[in-house]
Design a protein around this ligand. Structure first.
Ligand SMILES: NC(=O)c1ccc[n+]([C@@H]2O[C@H](COP(=O)([O-])OP(=O)(O)OC[C@H]3O[C@@H](n4cnc5c(N)ncnc54)[C@H](OP(=O)(O)O)[C@@H]3O)[C@@H](O)[C@H]2O)c1
Length: 400
């Protein structure tokens, strides 16, 4: 069988690492054919290589269904994975001459660009940072790819790059005239446009992947696994943080009830599209390896999860009462509500205010059916698995 060469940015993040694991898992029978170039940065004095290795040999082994410390994964990492220091923040993205030569010397079948700032806040400072890392950073990376032998450039965007929209949303839905929930979404759409323009200019094959709100794994064990707690998890983390200020017994924090007097806004007729990260990784793999036609791909669940369902479930798992749903933001607010709407609500409200969004995934449905992969539903049982994992990690509020 032919060798496969992939490159991945954002591998220390949620989606990038799961794409990386999925390529390993799918090629376990003959790992010698898989060659990987990982591009990322050191942090706090820990080299990029050491950061990835720590995850690969534990979380990655779980994903691939092999024992921790199994020789095959260690050998694979030592022989077939190249670690390339790169920071999108810098002009020239900081790649050294030797690494540049290495990248230029090899054909890459699929180059996945998943690195980004996922900061959904709306301040001037965040806007400037997101522009620099996400859209300018994508432009700089495309400059690098232009000088390389890359067969397909695959950009991990977001389903919300369509802006504030409702009803049927196609995989290439692009409208700069729409309103956007935050600078992050607009920067993602600008990046998509750069990727499309790059394809027109160079004739290179591109793919744009648009995941919705990504949750922990629900296909590959341990179920619920996730390395960060943002998007809807951060809503739970907000209320857990309130509870932890007053309930100091960490051992029994989820057994002890806690009452919060707060009215929280969401549209009762709509929900959030929540998709498991391993399903996203598997869809990416199948779309690329089965060579599905088209440029854009909505990596989304078939159905929205009603806001009031997953918010109530989170509160139930946290053993928190007294949060009431309202269909408009209260005018006269109590102290707790004031705090909520100034902080969490400010980021979250745009995602719970809109009308239902129905993402079209028909352009790769047959590839998923051929592979026998079904998107796990976000029902009570599966949401319970996500919550059990999040609780084990205190929603990221206590460093593990
Ligand atoms: N998570 C979601 O729910 C979701 C939904 C839709 C779309 N997306 C999109 O999917 C992609 C991946 O998201 P994610 O949730 O996996 O992100 P994540 O967990 O927040 O990880 C972000 C990744 O980008 C890297 N990165 C950030 N700034 C960088 C820089 N200046 N230079 C080099 N690398 C940098 C991070 O590296 P460090 O570890 O060094 O910081 C990390 O590997 C993003 O483009 C995001 O917009 C995510």
């Amino acid at each position: 069988m032919k060798d496969i060469r992939i490159a991945v940015t954002g591998v220390t993040g949620l989606i990038g690492r799961n794409i990386f694991y999925e390529y390993i898992r799918q090629n376990m029978a003959d790992l010698g054919r898989l060659h990987v170039f990982l591009l990322g940065r050191e942090q706090g004095g820990v080299s990029f290589r050491a950061r990835v290795m720590a995850d690969l040999l534990v979380d990655g082994a779980d994903y691939c269904g092999i024992a921790h410390g199994a020789r095959e994964l260690e050998d694979f990492a030592a022989q077939r994975v190249h670690f390339i220091e790169m920071d999108l923040y810098f002009d020239g993205i900081g790649i050294g001459a030797r690494d540049l030569a290495l990248l230029r010397a090899h054909r890459i079948d699929h180059f996945f660009h998943s690195a980004a700032s996922t900061d959904l806040r709306d301040s001037d400072a965040v806007q400037a940072y997101v522009k620099r890392v996400n859209s300018d950073g994508t432009g700089k990376l495309l400059g690098l790819v232009e000088g390389m032998d890359v067969r397909e450039f695959c950009y991990v965007s977001t389903a919300y790059a369509c802006g504030i929209a409702s009803g049927n949303i196609g995989p290439d839905d692009t409208d700069f005239k729409r309103e956007f929930r935050n600078p992050y979404e607009l920067a993602k759409l600008k990046s998509e446009k750069m990727v499309r323009d790059f394809s027109l200019k160079t004739g290179r094959r591109i793919r744009i992947f648009r995941p919705s709100s990504v949750c922990g794994r629900l296909i590959e064990p341990p179920l619920g696994t996730i390395n960060k707690f943002d998007v809807f998890y951060s809503w739970g983390a907000f209320f857990l943080a309130l509870k932890m200020k007053e309930v100091t017994d960490r051992e029994r924090i989820f057994e002890i009830p806690f009452d919060v007097d707060a009215r929280v806004f969401s549209n009762p007729l709509a929900g959030l599209n929540i998709v498991p990260v391993d399903y996203v990784a598997k869809a990416v793999y199948q779309i690329c390896t089965q060579d599905c036609p088209g440029n854009g791909f909505n990596l989304t669940s078939p159905a929205e999860t009603p806001h009031q369902f997953y918010l109530d479930e989170m509160l139930r798992h946290l053993n928190i009462t007294g949060v009431h749903h309202v269909d408009r933001v209260p005018v006269k607010k109590n102290a707790r509500e004031n705090f909520y709407y100034r902080t969490m609500g400010r980021i979250f409200n745009p995602y719970v205010a809109g009308l239902p969004m129905l993402f079209d995934t028909s352009n790769y449905a047959s590839a998923m059916a051929r592979a026998g992969i079904v998107c796990p539903p976000i029902d009570k049982a599966n949401f319970g698995l996500l919550m059990a994992y999040a609780k084990k990690k205190f929603f990221g509020l206590i460093p593990s």
